[in-house]
Design a protein around this ligand. Structure first.
Ligand SMILES: Cc1cc2nc3c(=O)[nH]c(=O)nc-3n(C[C@H](O)[C@H](O)[C@H](O)COP(=O)(O)OP(=O)(O)OC[C@H]3O[C@@H](n4cnc5c(N)ncnc54)[C@H](O)[C@@H]3O)c2cc1C
Ligand SMILES: NC(=O)c1ccc[n+]([C@@H]2O[C@H](COP(=O)([O-])OP(=O)(O)OC[C@H]3O[C@@H](n4cnc5c(N)ncnc54)[C@H](OP(=O)(O)O)[C@@H]3O)[C@@H](O)[C@H]2O)c1
Length: 515
């Protein structure tokens, strides 16, 4: 959550206009269910008064390269980390940037992860559109590095290659029955409802009354909310078409979210809990078993208030259950129940509370199990890999001089969209240091003719104009049905639409600028 110090804020409203994710709202415009944020904000400054009024975000003077360019950088992955990296690099007129993504559409998890009912968050796309429109920026979308083009082919042509490929996989639970039909990862489920082309065949069956979600991070809350939401409200979002149909026919009444530790250790963040608490179409039940809900922190206070609310049987219910872990998945051919074990908390040698099973278990009847226990990065071809963290080992983003990482593949699958900006800044700083120090070898080749090489292997490559054509077509289809967009989920259809795009205005000038 972002806090604003009422003691020093002059209420000019500039931050409200500037915030790309619409995260700042004047107090006069808060909806009643959001009024909790006022108290949260005030309380923060009582605890952290920082009376010296030193700005927390210092604006640094723009760094300049000491070596003469031109320098070419390839960025692999057009998610937030990739686009923030490109933006930072393009602050240097000596640098041009080519951004590759395996999908014909950019924006990574902002398109395929952020929940469809969080439309304000997707406004960060406005910023991404500004980034991709800058001179010196080119897209090579629908091109998979490691398949359509190799790492060696990139390093031969670019001074630096930055991998921002995210964390495409998930963590396993490792309990009996976990691989049965009806046991899915939240990674797949989220991709499914968000229209990720690879996830549209996912078998999601919502024909039983209960779903169990393991893990209580923000992804778990997103999944729970989508499952509990009135489908008529989802019709006004960019949720993918087939999942919306499945959700319309859903028989689910209860979604149980299992947190292995207590409310004080819950991984979901306050804004997400406040959002859920303020949703008047969903019951939220708090179940701490035989543990008392003690503590005066804001999260516990809100959970205590939720625990006292009456349950309306006409609405779907999300149960936030604490001190509970799945121990086995029951069923013959598909999931019919989850055996849940109770936990108690024991501090480890660092004082961190850890969940320890008490040995007591019970079985919850359920037709679907979602594992929302975190994402996990996959190995990147020809780069070192730390299998435990699912990241590429690096030092401030540098793998070796000339090869870098940023975003989730660099630091692991945590943090918000904006976290990737500071992360990208650190990596770009490292690239600039290495360019200035002259330790990056001069590439043997150039990018001239690269487009032809790629087109030979991947004729459906999509450039900026192609992506803009897909975007316009999705919005056009959305307008016809009162939705922000209707996502196209078939890669061939995307490529076909992209191929009808006319070259952008000033294309000739752009080509000339790039030499
Ligand atoms: C379900 C979910 C919901 C979220 N919701 C929010 C939210 O509401 N607000 C918020 O602030 N944060 C949210 N986050 C966090 C935020 O999405 C991440 O911090 C951010 O997307 C990570 O950025 P990234 O660029 O590292 O990875 P990604 O966004 O995953 O982007 C990686 C890109 O790399 C591409 N790629 C992968 N491999 C290759 C390859 N071999 N060749 C070419 N391209 C490749 C992928 O197609 C993808 O486009 C959410 C995360 C999840 C999982
Ligand atoms: N709206 C938003 O802003 C938004 C939305 C979605 C995601 N995100 C961000 O994206 C990142 C990833 O989110 P996430 O929810 O995937 O991850 P996360 O925040 O790391 O949460 C993972 C959850 O899984 C639990 N867990 C891990 N292993 C487990 C196991 N073996 N058994 C039972 N539980 C287990 C963790 O419990 P422990 O705490 O006990 O380990 C935790 O509750 C986060 O930084 C998140 O804030 C933001």
């Amino acid at each position: 959550m972002l806090y604003i110090d009422a003691g020093s804020c002059v209420d000019c409203g500039a931050c409200v206009t500037a915030c790309p994710a619409d995260a700042i709202v004047p107090h006069t415009k808060l909806k009643p269910e959001q009024s909790l944020f006022l108290g949260l904000n005030a309380e923060y400054y009582q605890v952290f008064p920082h009376q010296d009024r030193t700005p927390l975000a210092l604006v640094h003077e723009q760094r300049r390269l000491t070596r003469e360019g031109p320098f070419r950088v390839a960025v692999v992955g057009a998610g937030p980390a990739g686009l923030y990296t490109a933006d930072e690099l393009l602050k240097h007129p000596e640098i041009t940037v080519d951004v590759f993504d395996r999908l014909p559409t950019p924006y990574g998890l902002v398109r395929a992860g952020v929940a469809p009912d969080h439309e304000h968050t997707k406004q960060v796309e406005k910023l991404f559109r500004q980034i991709e429109s800058q001179p010196g920026f080119r897209y090579f979308l629908g091109v998979e590095i490691g398949k359509d083009l190799s790492h060696a082919e990139l390093t031969a042509r670019y001074h630096a290659v930055v991998y921002t490929v995210g964390a495409a996989s998930d963590k396993a639970l490792g309990i009996p029955g976990d691989d049965m039909a009806g046991s899915l990862s939240a990674t797949d489920f989220v991709g499914w409802y968000n229209g990720h082309p690879d996830k549209q065949d996912l078998a999601v069956s919502l024909d039983q009354e209960r779903v169990v979600i393991v893990g209580n991070g923000n992804v778990a809350l997103d999944c729970a909310r989508i499952l509990a939401e009135d489908p008529t409200l989802l019709e006004g979002t960019d949720i993918a078409t087939l999942p919306l149909e499945v959700l319309r026919r859903s028989r689910v009444r209860e979604i149980v979210v299992l947190g292995r530790r207590g409310p004080g250790q819950a991984a979901f963040t306050m804004p997400e809990l406040v959002g859920l608490a303020g949703h008047d179409g969903i019951n939220v039940v708090v179940d701490t078993g035989d543990h008392d809900l003690v503590g005066e922190d804001v999260k516990t206070r809100l959970l205590r208030e939720l625990a006292q609310r009456p349950v309306d049987p006409a609405k779907r219910t999300i149960v936030l259950r604490f001190y509970a872990s799945p121990v086995a998945v029951h069923g013959q051919e598909r999931v019919t129940g989850i055996e849940v074990g109770r936990n108690r908390l024991v501090a480890d040698e660092d004082g961190v509370p850890r969940a320890v099973p008490t040995g007591e278990t019970e079985t919850l009847a359920a037709g679907l199990l979602l594992r929302a226990v975190g994402y996990h990065g996959l190995p990147v071809a020809d780069l070192p890999y730390d299998a435990k963290s699912g990241t590429v080992p690096n030092e401030r983003g540098r793998v070796i001089p000339g090869v870098y990482v940023a975003g989730w593949v660099k630091r692991g699958p945590t943090g918000f969209i904006g976290t990737n900006k500071t992360d990208a800044e650190e990596t770009v700083d490292q690239i600039l240091d290495d360019l200035d120090a002259g330790i990056i070898p001069e590439p043997v080749g150039t990018t001239q003719g690269l487009r032809g090489v790629i087109r030979n292997r991947q004729p459906g490559m999509v450039d900026l104009a192609g992506w803009q054509a897909i975007d316009a077509e999705e919005r056009r289809r959305g307008e016809a049905s009162g939705r922000p967009r209707v996502k196209i989920v078939d890669v061939d259809e995307m490529r076909r639409i992209a191929s009808t795009a006319r070259p952008p205005r000033y294309a000739a000038l752009r080509r000339w600028v790039r030499v």
